[in-house]
Structures are given as C-alpha cells and as structure tokens.
Design a protein around this ligand. Structure first.
Ligand code: BES
Ligand code: ZN
Length: 633
C-alpha cells in the first residue's frame, strides 16, 4: 500500500488533490490521499487531514438495548505529517472516558464547543503515538442510531437497532474523522444479547461467539478504505436468505419471503452493473430490509445496502431503489464526493447509472418512463426555486448549508439528466467507456466537481473544440437552471397517460380499466398531471374508481394522500394517520406534514395531533425535518 504524506507547506503550494503516481490496484486499494485543494475541503468536519488523519478504525463495542447506548473502545491508526503532535477527531455528544496510546498511557485531549450540525472537535495531544485508544459511550439520543422497541418491529418480540451515517451522523457513535474525503479501513467486534444478530457494512469474520452474560460477539472487517459515513450497523431478530452466488437478504423472519421475492433480480442487477461500468469490487452484495422507521428509501452501505420495507410492492415495481443503491457501489462508495457540496457526484451519477441498470433488466420502455420522471423532478425543482436560484446548481456554493446535498430534483435528477445529455451528444459507446474509466481512475478516491470536469476534458473531449462547445460542461456543473442543450425524454413516453389526465380534467370521466393496465411510473405521472384542485366529490370518485385509499404501492398511496390532504379531504385523514403511524421514511412523512400545515385551520390541528403520537417512532433524520415544519420554521 502506498501512502502519500504531504507536509503542511506543500498543501498551500498545491491546488489539486494529489493522487500520487500510484495506480489504484483492484485488490489492494490505496488509502486516499491527503486533501490538498480548497474545493475538496469539507466544511462539515473538524478534521485537519493535512496534519493528521485516521487511516483505520477498530471498534470494540457492546450494545445496551435497555440504556439505548453503545460503548467500548475505538482504536484509531493515525497517519501524520512529520512532527505533527495533535490530531482532531469529530464527535457529536460522545461521552469520552479516556484516550490512551497503545500502551495505555493517557493522552491529553480537549473537547471543543458544540456547533449545530457539526458536533464538537476532539483535539488529542498524541505526541509520537500513532495508535489511539478511545474509550467512550454514545449519548442516549445519538442521532445516527435508532433503538426500536419490540412493538416497532415486524415480529413484535425483540428490540432492534440500526444506524444511518450519511451525511454527518456517524460522529454520534464513532469517534473518528467523519468526512467523506478521508477514507478509512475498519474492523469491529460487537456484542449483543442473544438471540439478536448483528450485521454491518463489511465482511463478516467467522461465526458469532459466546461473549458471556447471554451475549454473543460478532466480528467484521472492511479491508478497503471507505468514507466513514459508510460504516453502518443493524441488530435485531434477523434471518438471511441467499438470492444468488454473491447476493442475499437479511430481514426479520416475518418479512423474509416478501423481501426475497421482491429482490429476486438482484444477482442479475449486479451482473448488468458490471457489464456497464466494470467489476463490482466489494465481494458480496447483500441487503437488509429494515423496519419501516428507516428514514430513507435506501442507503448504500458497502456490502450491505439498507432498505426501507416501503418499497415492497409485491411486483418489483419499486426495485429501481435496489438498482440505485447498487449503483452507488461505483458512484459514491468507490468514487466519493470529497464534500457534500458535490453530492451530485454521488447521487446524480448514481441516478443515471440506476436507470441504465433498469434498462438492461427491464427494457427501454420502463427505463424511458423512469427517466422521464427524473426529467419531471428536475423541472419541478427549477419551477419551485426559480431558474436562477443557487440551489439549482449541481456544484453547490460552500455557504449553501446543505450537508444533505440540497434539492433532490437537482442533485439526483438534474445530475442524471446531465449525464444523459452527454450520452446523447457523444453516443452511448463513447460515453460508457468514459464513465467506466472515470470509476477506474478515481477508484477509492474522493472527487470534486473540478476533477470530473477536468477528467471529461482530458479523456472525453480531448481537445475537440466543437464537442467542448456542444457539451456546455461549465453551465451544467456550475450554473443554475437548465442548459439549452438538455436531453428531453421521448414525448411518447407518457402520451397515453397524459391524454387520459387531460380527458379527465375536461369531462371528469375516469378510465379505471386503463389505470389497471398502467405501470407504476404511469400512475405516478397521471397523479401529477391531473388537475390538482379537486372537490370532495371529485376525490371520492377518484378514490372509488381507482381504489387509491387501499393502494398497496406506497409511492402511489403517497401521491394520493398528498392530493387528498392538499384539498382538505376529510375521508383521507384516517388513511394518512395510519400511514404516518406505520412509516418513518422522511420522503413520505415530511411532505405529508408540510401539506397539512399549509392547510391552516383545517390541517394544522390534524398535523399536531398526529405528530404528538408518531414523533417518538421516527428516526432523528425525520424528526429533524418535521420538527421544523411544525414549529413553522
Ligand atoms: N445515499 C442516499 C441516501 C442519503 C442521501 C442519505 C443524502 C443521507 C443524505 C441513498 O442512496 C438514496 O439516494 N436514497 C433514495 C433512493 C432513491 C433515489 C431511489 C431515497 O432514500 O429515497
Ligand atoms: Zn443515492
């Protein structure tokens, strides 16, 4: 393994991330280089990687489900510039008992002031020590962790724990440098009470061992350097089922049949992804289907994607989610945004890649419709924010204050449409060759907008002045709004559905038979194109003709509830209440509360009444957003 250490003064002289001359070898990835450019600097971390950085984390933790804390030690390997004697770690509420060197000699450390969204720096006087042992415990309420009571699980008998690290939450349970530009290998030994099973985003080492007091120890090892937001844990009453030679799914026993059926195409997705953009470099691709309070649709934790159960529709119609999280194994986990103002490098590239996997598995028709919905998402974000709003840039300004990456219609959808536009201009073959080589050249490295633009110039445009002009790279990456060369979806993609929505708007007739034959994408498009101001009678008709209140597809159900609540439709309230009590996914929960709050005297008391009951069942990611909505912020 080659490691590059730059003294601090070299940092100032250089203005790009230095990858050294080492080729990123496939089986022995490099530890990512020390940050050297200002646009790579992460505003959301206290770390000073140019002085000293963590290269390896070894966790030894016990899970306490009664106290809802994890505690033990984190042993950190440090790589430091010559003469450096301090290292700065990220923390958010960690209760540090001691920090020692390898021999157990105490080291002085100072915990700085806490800043909202950042936590607090821990500055360790390490002297010559290059291995630190941090003894600590998580605070109860640590934002990354959600400790579920048995009643919040499918089985109802055992407690459950899961973590969500991205973007800046892992510092609430791991004392390390929590910045996407600082990659670390890691290992863990975790104990939990029987019969709970612990899984993590890394290879399992051996079988669980008895650890005394009715507990078992589980071991894990990640030998490839990953960004620290990708360290993840879940524990509960879990079973595993193989889906293919290197794919499988974990979930509670009551969910395993449904989960395995919905995920049956996973092995084929991995093969399709490899065929598109090169080898899958992480060994196994497993997934865990979590309880419904998981705040996201999915999270691309390496070797173990975390999934919401709300994507289980019974017909694989929402499995684009799996293609998406799988695609992150290249865009995000292999090549990682150096900081969160370049989230589009993770999410936009992934949303494009997702669509290509969907095309390979299910054909052009489904992929085109899903791409057309991405186009709609982009246009909606522009319409909502204005074509000159800062937030509509792919590369977000440093002061944008959006560690979440900004508006999804921009980061995900505009990002994806940018890649699609380039594909259309240069041709699929040439574009795919470039994208595969981008992943290869930057494997296990952080990336910035400046780097991807430079790479496109060097390896795709190669001095072709006409192509340079056609691509409009700088407009796409740095300017707000939508550049004039934008790819547009085939107008036929939704021709029939749009005609049906127009007809319904004109004469109120609902073609229930046509609806029955539509894909999920078509139904969602219909819901977005029908007139959005509806009377109670009209909503009752829609509901009875299409069975919307009993809809089993959560995306369609959510679209219905949005429409119904925005029109103050009383019969939808109990359905919404049930949904909000079952599901904690922020993408569903936050907009429904927002819609209710926008409905003044009608909606606000309903929102407050429901939230008073459901708040305690949500993960901090979801309450963080909904708290603001309800307090009128
Ligand atoms: N990495 C994201 C989730 C995320 C983004 C967590 C930003 C924290 C901060 C994940 O890959 C994702 O995009 N999930 C989407 C899936 C969808 C686009 C298919 C989601 O959760 O809805
Ligand atoms: Zn994503």
């Amino acid at each position: 393994m080659r490691i590059l250490i730059l003294p601090v003064f070299a940092l100032l002289a250089s203005c790009q991330i230095t990858g050294g001359d080492a080729e990123p070898a496939q089986d022995a990835p490099m530890v990512s280089p020390i940050l050297t450019s200002e646009d790579a600097r992460d505003e959301y971390s206290y770390a000073q990687p140019e002085v000293a950085r963590v290269t390896h984390v070894a966790l030894d933790l016990a899970l306490d489900f009664d106290a809802k804390t994890a505690g033990g030690t984190a042993t950190l390997d440090i790589l430091a510039a010559d003469g450096a004697d301090t290292v700065v770690l990220d923390s958010s509420g960690l209760e540090i008992a001691s920090i020692t060197d390898q021999e157990g000699m105490g080291l002085a450390f100072a915990v700085g002031a806490t800043k909202e969204g950042m936590g607090e720096p821990i500055t360790v006087k390490m002297g010559d020590a290059r291995k630190l042992v941090v003894a600590y415990k998580t605070r109860s309420g640590a934002e990354a962790l959600q400790w579920l009571a048995p009643a919040q699980t499918a089985g109802g008998k055992f407690p459950y724990l899961f973590s969500q690290g991205q973007p800046t939450l892992n510092r609430t349970w791991i004392p390390t440098q929590d910045s996407p530009g600082i990659r670390q290998t890691w290992e863990a030994r975790i104990t939990a009470p029987e019969p709970l099973t612990v899984v993590m985003s890394a290879a399992r080492v051996g079988e669980p061992e008895a650890a005394g007091n009715g507990r078992r120890a589980f071991k894990f090892e990640m030998d490839k350097p990953v960004a620290p937001y990708l360290i993840a844990i879940a524990a509960g009453d879990l079973v595993f089922r193989d889906l293919g030679p290197r794919t499988g799914v974990w979930t509670e026993p009551a969910m395993i049949d449904r989960a395995a059926a919905e995920l049956e195409d996973t092995e084929k997705m991995v093969a399709a992804a490899e065929k598109l953009y090169g080898p899958y470099r992480w060994g196994r691709y497993d997934m865990i289907v979590l309880p419904p309070s998981f705040p996201y649709g999915g999270m691309e934790n390496p070797t173990l994607t975390f999934l919401t159960p709300t994507f289980l529709a019974g017909d694989k119609s929402l499995n684009g989610l799996v293609a998406h999280e799988l695609a992150h194994s290249w865009s995000g986990n292999l090549v990682t945004n150096a900081n969160w103002s370049d989230s589009w490098i993770n999410e936009g590239v992934t949303s494009y890649f997702e669509n290509r996997i969907m095309e390979a598995l299910y054909g052009k028709q489904r992929a085109m419709q899903e791409a057309a919905l991405q186009f709609d998402g982009m246009e909606e974000a522009i319409a909502e924010n204005g074509a000159d709003a800062d937030i509509t840039r792919l590369h977000l300004p440093k002061d944008a204050d959006t560690p979440d990456g900004g508006a999804s219609g921009i980061i995900y959808d505009k990002g994806a449409i940018f890649l699609r536009t380039m594909e259309q201009i240069v041709g699929r073959q040439k574009f795919d060759a470039w994208l595969m080589s981008w992943f290869d050249r930057h494997a296990f490295q952080p990336a910035t907008s400046a780097m991807i633009v430079a790479d496109l110039r060097e390896n795709l445009i190669k001095g072709d002045a006409e192509l340079e002009k056609k691509l409009m790279l700088d407009e796409w990456v740095y300017e707000p709004g939508i550049p004039s060369n934008v790819w547009r979806p085939d107008p036929q993609a939704f021709a029939a559905v749009d005609a049906a929505a127009t007809a319904y708007g004109a004469d109120g007739k609902i073609d229930a038979a046509a609806w029955q034959g539509w894909t999920t994408a078509e139904r969602l498009r219909f819901m977005s194109r029908l007139p959005q101001q509806r009377s109670a009678d009209q909503l009752a008709q829609l509901d009875s003709a299409l069975g919307l209140s009993q809809e089993g597809n959560n995306e369609v159900l959510f679209a219905w509830l949005e429409l119904a609540l925005a029109n103050r439709y009383d019969p939808a309230v109990p359905v919404a209440e049930d949904f909000l009590a079952q599901v904690g996914r922020r993408k569903f929960v936050a907009p429904l509360f927002k819609t209710l709050m926008e409905q003044g005297e009608w909606g606000q008391p309903i929102a407050k009444r429901i939230y008073a009951k459901t708040r305690k069942t949500y993960h901090s990611v979801t309450t963080g957003t909904v708290d603001k909505t309800l307090s009128g912020e």
